[in-house]
Design a protein around this ligand. Structure first.
Ligand code: ZN
Length: 148
């Protein structure tokens, strides 16, 4: 078997794993498995199988910066917009609208939807209590967003 596939792997479930799983479940529920930016949604439910969901539960304050697994530190984003958010190509304003970096306009783009969402409102969570926290948003605006 290549790469040791088939070997027994030792695994354990830690409290961190449980928190991350709960974070994902809550966020996808709050945003109805849609991207908060483009509303893309792919959800396949089949009996006896785990659901197939394209959307990611994205951290606003990154895990590497010790961002908490709290729904107020998260957004449901499609893979493309999760990547763009982590790269600072857009951020979220205090009014929960999308703010696209001017760097995006300097990029070579082909069939890449991002700048057209500039100024658009994010899809809100189902419950106000799960709305992105302003401290998390400010962290992303100041530490990750490409200012120009
Ligand atoms: Zn998206």
């Amino acid at each position: 078997m290549p790469f040791g596939a088939g070997q027994v792997r030792v695994s354990s479930i830690s409290a961190k794993d449980v928190r991350e799983k709960a974070f994902r479940i809550v966020l996808l529920e709050e945003y109805r498995a849609q991207c908060a930016v483009c509303q893309a949604k792919f959800l396949l439910r089949e009996e006896g199988k785990a659901s197939v969901v394209e959307a990611d539960a994205a951290h606003i304050i990154s895990v590497s910066a010790a961002g908490p697994d709290d729904p107020r530190n998260g957004l449901s984003l499609c893979r493309r917009h999760h990547w763009a958010f982590d790269e600072g190509l857009f951020t979220v304003t205090d009014a929960l609208t999308v703010k696209v970096s001017s760097a995006v306009l300097r990029a070579e783009q082909r069939r890449f939807d991002l700048d057209e969402y500039d100024g658009e409102a994010l899809v809100p969570p189902a419950h106000e209590i799960c709305r992105p926290h302003e401290e998390a948003i400010h962290w992303h605006q100041n530490k990750i967003f490409r200012q120009g």
